[in-house]
Design a protein around this ligand. Structure first.
Ligand code: IPE
Ligand code: IPE
Ligand code: MG
Length: 253
């Protein structure tokens, strides 16, 4: 693990890493256990990856914990996940604080049961002055929900005469997203072998480097994160330009 860590160029870290934490259910099934057993073990990975990201000095870590579509799962699983969320936050908030980690939440909070919302609000308040890693939990979140919400709120401002249609630009749109104030993720990791975005950060991932691994989320640890970062550091990010243009810029700068 140390060897992998030493290979990482600390001057060229992604500022923002986003992760689709997938595969808890399959991990549990493969062990002959219930899906909730997988979610329970997934929490250990969250702890490990949050710690690893903070140690590296990553500024933003966004974790996709529950999608808008996940509300349609069997009721026992949804309830189990909500209870796990609340008990985890309750247990972890002190250590988040100790490690100077600030918690953020993105998603449709109006869908959450009151007890979960209250617990989250409390954790947000307790950690709000922390200046280290920004841990962004995507909860009851989907990219389409977020964009729809942004469009509605922009329309509302126009209707109220606060915003002129001609003045709407990309910055306006960014401002109305749940992630306003956060940089776009440079690296998006999805675990457990699925090659799709599943309604995650549809706008923000425009130029993210995508990294897929077969490792199931409950098995994902710091060394897997280091591997993903190393892979990212080997990519050529072009943003629409040609490879030659990028080389020229490097010579000049
Ligand atoms: C990811 O694991 C966690 C959530 C979506 C809440 P899954 O529960 O999707 O696990 P698989 O994909 O069924 O294995
Ligand atoms: C995406 O995983 C959502 C989260 C990890 C929270 P899903 O397991 O819900 O996605 P699909 O259904 O495989 O696309
Ligand atoms: Mg899944």
């Amino acid at each position: 693990m140390q060897e992998l860590l030493d290979k990482i160029n600390k001057e060229h870290l992604p500022r923002h890493i986003a992760i689709i934490m997938d595969g808890n259910g399959r991990w549990a099934k493969e062990k002959g256990e219930d899906r909730l057993f997988g979610h329970f073990h997934g929490v250990e990975s969250v702890r490990n990856i949050v710690e690893g990201s903070a140690e590296l000095g990553i500024e933003y870590l966004t974790l996709y914990a529950f999608s808008t579509e996940n509300w349609d799962r069997p009721e026992y699983e949804v309830v189990g996940l909500m209870e796990l969320l609340v008990s985890t936050i309750r247990k972890e908030v002190e250590s988040l604080n100790k490690n100077n980690i600030r918690l953020h939440v993105i998603g449709d909070m109006s869908m959450l049961p009151a007890y979960a919302k209250n617990e989250l609000d409390e954790a947000l308040t307790i950690t709000k002055n922390n200046t280290g890693l920004n841990l962004v939990m995507a909860l009851s979140y989907s990219g389409r929900w977020e964009l729809l919400n942004a469009v509605k709120n922009i329309a509302y401002e126009v209707k109220q005469g606060k915003l002129a249609v001609e003045a709407i630009d990309q910055d306006t749109l960014q401002r109305f997203l749940c992630t306003s104030g956060f940089p776009d993720p440079e690296l998006m990791i999805r675990t457990s072998g699925e090659y799709r975005i599943s309604n995650f950060l549809l706008y923000q991932l425009a130029y993210a480097e995508l990294y897929f691994t077969n490792v199931r989320w409950p098995d994902f640890r710091k060394e897997n994160l280091y591997e993903a970062i190393l892979d990212y550091q080997g990519r050529e990010r072009r943003f629409g330009k040609t490879g030659d243009q990028l080389q020229e810029n490097q010579v000049v700068s």
